[in-house]
Design a protein around this ligand. Structure first.
Ligand SMILES: NC(=O)c1ccc[n+]([C@@H]2O[C@H](COP(=O)([O-])OP(=O)(O)OC[C@H]3O[C@@H](n4cnc5c(N)ncnc54)[C@H](OP(=O)(O)O)[C@@H]3O)[C@@H](O)[C@H]2O)c1
Length: 305
């Protein structure tokens, strides 16, 4: 099969190549999925799991890409709940070969059915950003109606999901980002926008929940704005940089079939808009991710156009 492969961590995206790889077999509880569309996150080549297995052994050459939408072609031993020919979407294991490939082997529990009226491209854009927003707001952040959310990076892939889900849940959303992100953040539903370079973050008042995707100094300054009993959830940066007061909940998104189903249902009925910025073919994937232009929104590789 054709796949994007990386072998040299130091080379970054310049080291990505389109290569021929063996089709993966379906292990216990796996399915093999014929990938139609794959989501790519620009920071992936910096993640240790791209390079090592769960025992910390080198697993390169590895195939990046952790979001997919496609069609099940084989079931592993003992696999239940999905069937051959079914349309699915979901989140691939961080430590296994990923979805920038014609086929991927993946645990069935990491996938949900993809309704027939949702494009593969849209399906592949939802798992990381949709589940991250859902888990940060509702599981870790325990968001309640009427609360105020400070959503950093509100025009980004995660931030647009955070904004929409928080608004739907009855929260007041203060979105942040760069000056050029203002219109987009407001368009996705932020009640107000804070330009982090030119507005004063300290003037926004107290909030119940900070959803951080930026880290560093912005995260530290945000921690000071949280009401008593409030929470800061974050998905970036080394844990050492967290505020020392124990307020921050640092998490890595997990696959969850029920939550994927909630997210895609909202896309179908118009409550949630995905934020796809770039769609490229597998042939153009290497060139696209090496673009010198800053790509905005989700990057989707259309493996089977
Ligand atoms: N741990 C997890 O489970 C998990 C899950 C999902 C994502 N993440 C991480 O979360 C981060 C965000 O992901 P994403 O997909 O939402 O990225 P994204 O689409 O690039 O969104 C980030 C947004 O924040 C803005 N931003 C970043 N730094 C800023 C700054 N200093 N001042 C103002 N605006 C700033 C970006 O603007 P520009 O585009 O102009 O820089 C962009 O609009 C990434 O580091 C990703 O790896 C982690």
């Amino acid at each position: 099969m054709r796949a994007i492969v990386v072998t040299d961590q130091a080379a970054g995206t310049a080291g990505m190549t389109l290569a021929e790889r063996p089709e993966p077999p379906a292990a216990i509880n796996d399915v093999v999925v014929e990938v139609h569309a794959s989501g790519y996150v620009p920071t992936e080549l910096e993640w240790p799991s791209t390079w090592t297995d769960r025992a910390d052994r080198d697993r390169s050459p590895s195939i990046p890409g952790h979001e997919l939408a496609g069609v099940v072609t084989a079931l592993g031993y003992g696999t239940t709940g999905l069937s051959v020919g079914q349309r699915v979407f979901g989140l691939a294991d961080w430590h296994r070969d990923g979805t920038l490939a014609e086929y991927v082997a993946i645990e069935a529990r990491n996938l949900a059915p993809l309704p027939g009226d949702v494009d593969f491209t849209v399906g592949a854009s939802l798992p990381i950003s949709g589940l991250t927003a859902w888990q940060g707001l509702f599981q870790h952040g325990r968001l309640q109606s009427g609360q105020t959310v400070l959503a950093h990076g509100a025009a980004g892939a995660v931030g647009t999901m955070v904004t929409q889900l928080a608004r739907e849940a009855g929260a007041y959303v203060l979105g942040t980002g760069r000056a050029t992100d203002r219109e987009k953040a407001l368009d996705y539903g932020a009640n107000e926008f804070v330009d982090l370079a030119n507005d004063s973050l300290e003037d926004i008042g107290q909030v119940d929940l900070v959803f951080d995707v930026i880290g560093g100094d912005i995260q530290k300054r945000s921690a000071a704005l949280i009401k008593t009993g409030g929470t800061l959830v974050t998905v970036v940066g080394p844990p050492e940089s967290r505020p020392a007061d124990g307020l921050a909940i640092d998490f890595v998104v997990e696959a969850d079939r029920a939550q994927l189903t909630e997210v895609v249902q909202r896309v179908r009925d118009g409550r949630l808009r995905t934020n796809i910025g770039t769609v490229a073919s597998l042939d153009d994937a290497v060139t696209t991710v090496n673009s010198t232009e800053r790509l905005k929104g989700k990057i989707i590789i259309s493996v089977r156009p």
